[in-house]
Design a protein around this ligand. Structure first.
Ligand SMILES: O=P(O)(O)OC[C@H]1O[C@H](O)[C@H](O)[C@@H](O)[C@@H]1O
Length: 445
């Protein structure tokens, strides 16, 4: 069952020549990826990941999730970047928009996040919320040494041990990390936590379909089997080089647009549930392509909300942007606009229509306006928002990212630039081993 469709008719005309010319480099990039002989090929574990996930692993994850669901009102996922964005993207796309405002129901914990920032108030306020509550922790870090989740884990581990007792806390903490390396692995082994492995050859931003994403998603009550099945389906659809392959089409077109001066790609949604999906997508493309002085800048907006704030810029600002629109065909719930006898607001012409009919006309009107205004528009239509569709979409963007990165001529699977701020932060905080850097950075201040 095909759940996502890509439509390029309102974008390709902006870079027709480049799009045609790019065919060869798209084929080459796809071949390099398949043959595993490009830069960063140590990190291609995601390529055949969906089809290699065993039933055993799914069952084990579901069992762990069931234990946490039974014993917790809140599950705190501690992780940053690729170690939380995928889970948050899927969970928020599938959840009731106000889920967090309802009281936790038995066996259906709220999934909360920590270690994705260094906010002191955020941390203290989460501690306040969890005081006296039944909670568990999934701590996720591929390297096992990232500062933000390490700080959060230290705090929430101590809190859980104080509240539940050290022995009980052990059953309520699950670690997802490297098989052997890193402080988190050492800690988990010493404390005897249940652990899951992040495969060596799967980078953080490509890891949502490993236990990194699957465990929190299962804890939130969603069907990871269906998510994986969707991804497998896209793995098959996009397996072979072909002009029809949606992965190739997207990678080829965004590179063509980039070559024609469109330096910013805006991922647009007309459904607020997809806000965090765009956050996940931004890391995927930003960290993969932004290097060697190159790369499309990935941005995101929620429409129609941001049409009332960013709409002016998009319509008439610098013509360096293109849009990729995520459009959900059908909402899961029907709600119609009521008739009002007085009609003081003048919207009786909408009475009886579904809210989504208005949304779809806003989408169409926006597309026409933006295309007329010089903004190419790629449409990705999702049949509905469910696990299967999201699984497809995740794999679609992952593979297109690999192809697109190779077309751009960079290594899409490393992130050397991320270390620069860390090095300075450690030097400023006088981390042992950074004495020279501390001296050098202090001389600059
Ligand atoms: O999972 P971790 O090793 O803790 O890494 C978490 C994140 O932070 C790093 O600095 C990287 O830039 C990201 O690619 C990664 O997803």
């Amino acid at each position: 069952m095909k759940s996502i469709e890509i439509n390029i008719q309102d974008a390709v005309s902006f870079a027709e020549k480049q799009y045609k010319a790019n065919r060869t480099s798209a084929v080459e990039a796809m071949t390099t990826l398949h043959e595993g002989n490009g830069e960063g090929s140590d990190f291609l574990g995601w390529l055949h990941l969906p089809s290699s996930i065993s039933q055993e692993l799914i069952d084990r994850i579901n069992k762990t999730a069931a234990r946490l669901r039974e014993n917790c009102d809140y599950v705190v996922c501690i992780g940053i970047g690729g170690s939380y964005l995928g889970a948050k993207a899927v969970i928020s796309a599938l959840s009731d928009s106000f889920a967090d405002l309802y009281a936790p129901a038995p066996h259906n914990p709220k999934v909360l996040y920590a270690g994705q920032n260094i906010g002191e108030e955020y941390t203290a306020e989460l501690e306040k919320l969890l005081t006296g509550k039944k909670f568990g922790i999934i701590v996720i870090s591929k390297s096992g040494t990232t500062t933000e989740p390490a700080i959060a884990f230290r705090i929430f581990k101590e809190m859980l041990e104080n509240q539940a007792g050290k022995e009980a806390a052990k059953d309520l903490i699950v670690a997802v990390t490297d098989e052997k390396k890193g402080a988190l692995r050492t800690l988990a082994t010493q404390e005897g936590y249940e652990t899951y492995v992040i495969p060596d050859n799967v980078g953080g931003r490509f890891s949502v379909l490993t236990p990194v994403g699957l465990l929190p998603i299962a804890c939130a009550g969603f069907d990871i089997q269906k998510l994986v099945a969707g991804a497998v389906e896209m793995e098959n659809t996009a397996a072979h080089e072909s002009e029809e392959n949606p992965v190739e089409v997207y990678a080829r077109l965004r590179n063509a647009l980039y070559q024609s001066g469109k330096k910013i790609e805006i991922l647009v949604n007309f459904n607020p549930k997809l806000h965090y999906f765009a956050e996940w997508w931004k890391q995927l493309y930003g960290e993969s392509e932004g290097k060697d002085g190159k790369g499309i800048f990935p941005a995101a907006v929620d429409f129609t909300t941001d049409l009332h704030s960013m709409g002016q810029w998009i319509q008439e600002g610098e013509r360096t942007i293109f849009e990729t629109v995520l459009s959900v065909k059908k909402p899961a719930i029907t709600r119609r606009i009521p008739e009002d006898a007085a009609n003081l607001d003048g919207i009786n012409y909408l009475s009886g229509k579904r809210i989504d009919e208005v949304n779809k006309m806003a989408e169409l009107g926006t597309k026409i306006a933006h295309v007329d205004g010089g903004v190419p528009n790629i449409k990705i239509e999702l049949a509905k928002l469910d696990e299967h569709t999201l699984g497809q979409l995740i794999y679609f963007f992952e593979k297109a990212c690999g192809v697109s990165g190779y077309m751009l001529g960079i290594n899409p699977f490393n992130q050397p630039g991320v270390e620069a701020y860390k090095k300075n932060m450690f030097a400023l905080l006088e981390k042992p081993g950074y004495e020279k850097e501390t001296e050098a950075i202090k001389a600059k201040l």
